[in-house]
Design a protein around this ligand. Structure first.
Ligand code: TXA
Ligand code: MG
Length: 313
């Protein structure tokens, strides 16, 4: 059920979380499916509802840096600088997990943590007083939700969805591993590399991340973020004869060219609308989505990563 995030909505959500069940809530990136991070039962419910493979660990959401430090065995100096600059915000930090705490989902020695920049998420964290494990609120492999309606369509059994309107970033957080000698990008995301490097200096960018090929972060399976329709990426959509593809065909482009969905040529604006556009094309019943490949530049890294996974077999 979708509810307004007023005092009563938050109270009901807290009640459900306290009873070791799950609620979906808005964040600035995508909607999350949240549960008490240290409740085995509640975390098990996340895996079951999403049909998430047990090897894929979860991000823990907390209200502030102090709460993040509580989860960590060691809190690297770099983490403080990154947190001061980017939290609340779309950056997830992987650090060593506090040994006195139980493991969360599939992660053993480490924990991924972030402070979301969304007023509703922060109110929920504060009101519940719980660290909330929360993956994106969609079935595994399918498109992440950027509205409460997307959540309900993907996960109709979720007892409660707090409606915070459309997510402003529309793409997942950037995941950065701070347990290695050089901070290592595990998942490109909303926060760009240029901003990150302003704080970290150097940054390891595994080939697998740069090509969107392999799986550096356990969750980065090749096929992911996929609509029901078959996604085909091409250098120039006008070179392809739609009659050669399984129809109906939807064309996803950006600026200038013609298409069924025409997104902005600005990478941030494009990202903000990408999942919603894929959801719309699915709703329109297309069988194939022909996608104009975005430029091979670093600012498009996260978008290209998601598109190549959506197109993977
Ligand atoms: O923007 C986001 O990050 C959203 C919102 C809800 O916060 N959450 C999200 O969660 O995208 P999820 O579960 O869809 O993706 C989490 C990613 C996965 O690639 C997972 O493998 C990685 O983070 N991850 C989680 N814990 C990790 C850990 N301890 N070490 C390495 N990677 C980890
Ligand atoms: Mg996800």
């Amino acid at each position: 059920m979708i509810v307004r995030p007023d005092a009563e909505g938050i109270r009901r959500a807290v009640e459900i979380l306290a009873a070791d069940s799950v609620v979906a809530f808005p964040t600035e990136t995508v909607y999350g499916l949240g549960a008490h991070a240290f409740s085995e039962k509640a975390v098990g419910e996340i895996y079951r509802l999403k049909n998430r493979p047990s090897w894929n660990p979860l991000i823990v959401h907390v209200a502030n840096v102090a709460a993040a430090r509580e989860l960590a065995e060691t809190w690297p100096a770099g983490a403080d600088e990154l947190a001061a600059r980017f939290w609340p915000g779309p950056l997830t930090l992987v650090v060593r997990r506090a040994r006195r705490l139980p493991g969360i989902g599939a992660a053993n020695d480490t924990v991924a943590v972030r402070v979301p920049a969304h007023e509703v998420a922060l109110r929920l964290l504060e009101a519940s007083g719980l660290p909330l494990a929360a993956p994106s609120a969609n079935r595994t492999e399918s498109i992440s939700p950027t509205t409460a309606e997307h959540v309900m369509r993907s996960l109709p059994d979720v007892p409660l969805v707090l409606d915070g309107g459309p997510s402003s970033w529309g793409i997942e957080s950037t995941v950065l591993d701070l347990t290695s000698a050089v901070p290592t990008l595990l998942r490109p995301g909303a926060l760009g590399l240029r901003e990150l490097r302003e704080v970290t200096g150097s940054l390891a960018l595994p080939d697998a991340v740069a090509d969107g090929a392999a799986r550096p972060s356990p969750g980065m399976s090749r096929r992911h973020y996929a609509p029901r329709a078959t996604v085909i990426l091409c250098k120039d959509v006008t070179d392809v004869d739609p009659a050669s593809l399984a129809g109906p065909v939807g064309v996803l482009t950006y600026e200038g060219t013609s298409g069924t969905e025409i997104l902005s040529a600005d990478p941030r604006e494009y990202a903000a609308d990408l999942y919603a556009a894929l959801h719309r094309l699915d709703d329109a019943g297309v069988a194939t989505i022909l996608v104009q490949e975005p430029p091979q530049t670093e600012e498009w890294l996260a978008v290209r990563d998601r598109l190549s996974r959506a197109a993977a077999e």
